[in-house]
Design a protein around this ligand. Structure first.
Ligand code: AMP
Ligand code: GLY
Length: 422
């Protein structure tokens, strides 16, 4: 089978790494991909937003499956484009329809969906630009800290957590005033939930589902979760508090009602669902849904899948996921992200990356790299990451640290505490 994977980051590199191991694969194409993925398939210079060009490429190269990595093309309807275009409608798409992608594309839709299906989440209300007064009033009924969420996609920047009512009122006014453009024309205000987060991933064919290994990501730039938010500094899988009992609650209260709710509402959903959960005194609650895999969680989730991913993806397309086998690697995996000094604020790019030939038992995933004059160089804030297995998370972290240390470039930075809080 020929597969076309869309995306260019570490998440897609991890998906490509897993797909490339499948005996079912004939050829993997990645658009646009990155230098790391070029070793696993052919990178094609296409924009993930250019649906006609992607469709034409798929026809020209006899693609049988399209795997969509990032959320934007899904929210913009790439699955619908394939399903509705003659010739392309024979190609299986891993990723929900536009209607299903609203789980991520609209926080208000996601909250109302959870309410309709009795899925545990924080109490909330949504306000639009004409309802600032009502929004301010609702804020004053809540306890600090205050959680404000822009309704639409904001590249991960649309959630604000404010310590005081005064700041929350000011930010609400700015958000509804157009701080994130149309994405914040509606704002969800919700109760703050106190607990530890965990990401749970599911593959669904719209009827059946398989739960993938869970993971925890680390978003702040500084060790022990201080400093600014980033695109993700590392991840660990499994998550010790996600015991079989806890995961059973997740399945019964959250996963099954979500998949059944989508089907009941006639929403076409074939792909990954990412449940951003928080453990509140032993009970899982939903912080957010995403309509794709997580980054950098995928960099530990894929290494912990010991079955053939393409076999599962085929089940998603065929609608017989219940008859496919899933299995996990019992080892722990830790991913450590190496970033550019200064990130997530200003940083420099273009520094040569060395040491990749010195690594021991590490899986390397590229996030922001490029080739310049035949040399691998840094090309983003998040540059490259290593995933290592271990007996347990501390062993895996120690191995990841030893390998991260060997990757050399100017102003390199990484966190040394991934998984240490658990
Ligand atoms: P999101 O973009 O929805 O993932 O939100 C970004 C981050 O904000 C989450 O990963 C949480 O750390 C935090 N967050 C969002 N909603 C809440 C909430 N209701 N209570 C506490 N923290 C939250
Ligand atoms: N790791 C969080 C995300 O991918 O949104």
């Amino acid at each position: 089978m020929n597969i076309l994977l869309l995306g260019s980051g570490g998440r897609e590199h991890a998906l490509a790494w897993k797909i490339a191991q499948s005996p079912k694969l004939t050829k993997l194409f990645i658009a646009p991909g990155n230098p790391g993925m070029a070793e696993l398939g052919e990178c094609v210079n296409l924009k993930v937003s250019d649906f006609p060009a992607i469709g034409q490429f798929a026809l020209d190269h006899n693609i049988q499956m399209l795997v969509v990595g990032p959320e934007n093309p899904l929210v913009d309807g790439i699955a619908d484009y394939f399903h509705q275009t003659p010739g392309l409608n024979r190609i299986g798409v891993i990723g929900p329809s536009k209607s299903g992608a609203r789980l991520e594309g609209s926080k208000d839709f996601a909250k109302a969906f959870m309410q309709r299906h009795g899925i545990p989440t924080a109490r909330y209300q949504t306000f639009d630009t004409a309802q600032l007064k009502e929004g301010l009033k609702f804020l004053s009924t809540l306890e600090p800290p205050y959680v404000l969420k822009a309704d639409g996609l904001c590249a991960g920047k649309g959630v604000l957590i404010l310590p005081t009512l005064k700041e929350a009122r000011k930010e609400l006014e700015e958000m509804l005033g157009g701080m994130f453009g149309l994405a914040s024309a509606q704002v969800v205000i919700e109760e703050y939930l106190d607990g530890i987060e965990c990401s749970v991933f599911v593959l669904t064919d719209g009827q059946h589902y398989k739960i993938l290994p869970e993971a925890k990501d680390y978003k702040r730039i500084g060790e022990y979760d201080c400093g600014l938010n980033t695109g993700g500094m590392g991840s660990v899988s499994p998550v010790p508090f996600a015991t079989p009992e806890w995961m059973q609650k997740v399945e019964d209260r959250i996963v099954r009602p979500t998949v059944e709710g989508l089907a009941q509402e006639g929403i076409d959903y074939k792909g990954f669902i990412f449940f951003g959960l928080i453990n509140v005194k032993g009970d899982p609650m939903v912080i957010e849904y995403n309509c794709r895999m997580g980054d950098p969680e995928t960099e530990t989730v894929m290494p912990r899948l010991s079955c053939d991913l393409v076999e599962l993806l085929e089940g998603v397309i065929a609608g017989d996921l219940d008859r496919r086998e899933i299995s996990f690697d019992p080892r722990a995996a830790v991913n450590v992200m190496l970033v550019s000094g200064g990130y997530p604020q200003e940083y420099q790019k273009g520094f040569p990356i060395g040491g990749l030939d010195q690594l021991d038992d590490a899986i390397v995933f590229h996030s922001g790299t490029a080739i310049k004059d035949g040399q691998l160089v840094t090309a983003g804030g998040r540059v490259i990451s290593v995933t290592c297995y271990g007996r347990d998370k501390d062993d895996a972290l120690a191995r990841a640290m030893a390998n991260a240390q060997k990757i050399q470039y100017t102003a390199r930075y990484y966190r040394r505490d991934i998984g240490r809080d658990l």
